[in-house]
Design a protein around this ligand. Structure first.
Ligand code: AMP
Ligand code: GLY
Length: 443
């Protein structure tokens, strides 16, 4: 009976029109999952990529052009908006919809502009953590007005020295320096505009020694669900060497994150974060991405993000077996506490194929071949574009080849197989994704 009434509900009453914002691998995962929901009627993505055009309709609107997004939502009777990256959230897309009479009925899954400061301002997030006793590196916030205080604080620290521009700086706003005099020089340069307005304030931090991992929480503002954790691989070169990238691959679950560690994360970090947001009366629904350092078994927060991670989404959301659109609805309806979240216990790996030269200069516009020959993997597309029914490279990070296996070795092997089958000029990928974690699986 329940099943029949549910089916009727899906078929006749509750079909939804959805708009996803973004154009990367993370958004291709969201679109893929939503398109599989029986609740989904029409799925749009602004602006999307070649991959998303297979499961959604790409719409040529920038995720930060709120007027154009609002108009599109009204014209297309959109029932739910899911922003992928932080830019529209930090710029206030949630507030824009809430403050417009014609749009305020449409839930946007993300925090208010105030809540997005957890990511948009390092100073805000450090002050929040200090107030709610959330473990993190000790710090000092500096402007041109208290530069001397900043230099004195640097003198109390052991190298290396961590300097963070307060605002969003396209992932480039963190400097880690070994030499004290160079750190002081960097501090002055950031305050004088090296990263533009994002560096009007600088957070100086104690360096945390340990292994990083990413934890994800989904909240409806009342309760929360913890999503699977992941580890991403940020550097361009094998063995985590070379320049930082947007992410070369990811693994989930993370074998060193045992239950005792995850309990500490929940009790010392997640619960105080959710309670702190409530206490501050910050309107926050959606994802909280907590970048953590495991320091000798103790979790410490490196950063908050107000969205899912990329490439972490490709392994974390890939493992979610529950209807993803129903999950999002339970957030907007504040019914998350009764949602039964099903997660595939298998290990997921994603390996990014990137354009040779990335993250420095690279060429794009090369045809991608072999996509149809991939077996046992899901290819989430990022920097791709469709021209005359053919897929071409259109960015640095091109394709996230994602697989499931009984352990890291098996999952990565499947992705590697596909990484060799798919081809484009100057293709590059790391062959060591997950290697550093294999020994933890044997403990
Ligand atoms: P963030 O943008 O804050 O995530 O910083 C970028 C990267 O810098 C992080 O992913 C870490 O690898 C590193 N990092 C940031 N803060 C610290 C810290 N306090 N100690 C050690 N490494 C850090
Ligand atoms: N993978 C890190 C991020 O999405 O910021």
């Amino acid at each position: 009976m329940l099943l029949i009434s549910r089916l009727l509900q899906y078929t006749y009453f509750c079909k939804m029109n959805i708009l996803v914002l973004g154009s990367g691998g993370r958004e291709h995962v969201f679109a893929t999952k939503i398109s599989r929901s029986p609740l989904c009627e029409n799925l749009y993505i602004a602006p999307g990529n070649a991959g998303t055009s297979e499961c959604a309709q790409n719409v040529n609107i920038s995720p930060t052009d709120f007027d154009a997004l609002g108009k599109f939502c009204i014209e297309n009777q959109i029932d739910l908006v899911l922003p992928g990256n932080e830019d529209p959230l930090v710029a206030g897309v949630v507030d824009y919809f809430k403050n417009n009479e014609q749009l305020q009925h449409i839930p946007v899954i993300g925090p208010s502009k105030n809540g997005a400061q957890l990511e948009g301002s390092k100073d805000f997030s450090k002050a929040f953590m200090a107030k709610y006793n959330i473990p993190t590196a000790s710090y000092c916030t500096v402007t041109l007005n208290n530069l001397e205080e900043g230099i004195s604080f640097l003198n109390t620290l052991n190298p290396p020295y961590v300097l963070k521009a307060d605002g969003l700086a396209a992932g480039k706003g963190v400097l880690i320096e070994n030499d004290l005099n160079k750190a002081i020089e960097d501090l002055k340069e950031i305050l004088q505009g090296k990263f533009g307005k994002a560096g009007d304030k600088v957070v100086i931090e104690e360096f945390l020694q340990g292994i990083e991992l990413s934890c994800f929480v989904l909240t409806d503002g009342e309760s929360y669900k913890i999503l699977p954790e992941a580890k991403d691989y940020k550097r361009i070169g094998e063995g985590d060497t070379g320049l930082n990238t947007g992410g070369m691959g990811a693994i989930s679950p993370v074998p060193f994150a045992n239950q005792a560690f995850l309990d500490k994360v929940e009790n010392q970090i997640i619960i105080p974060t959710i309670n702190g947001l409530k206490q501050e009366q910050i309107d926050y629904i959606g994802f909280i991405f907590i970048g953590l350092m495991n320091v000798d078994g103790e979790p410490k927060v490196i950063e908050y993000n107000c969205r899912m991670g990329d490439p972490e989404t490709e392994v974390v959301i890939h493992r979610i077996e529950s209807d993803f659109l129903e999950l999002l609805n339970s957030v907007s309806e504040k019914k998350l506490s009764t949602f039964d979240l099903e997660v595939n216990p298998a290990t997921s790996a994603t390996v990014f194929l990137v354009s040779g030269g990335y993250p420095e200069s690279f060429e794009k516009g090369f045809q991608i071949t072999g996509l149809e020959a991939v077996v046992e993997c899901q290819v989430y597309q990022a920097g791709t574009i469709l021209k005359d029914e053919k897929v071409y490279t259109n960015g640095g990070r091109v394709l996230a080849i994602t697989s499931l296996g009984k352990n890291i070795t098996e999952a990565v092997q499947k992705s590697m197989q596909a990484a060799k089958v798919i081809d484009f000029k100057n293709k590059y990928f790391r062959t060591d994704i997950g290697k550093d974690l294999i020994h933890y699986e044997q403990i």
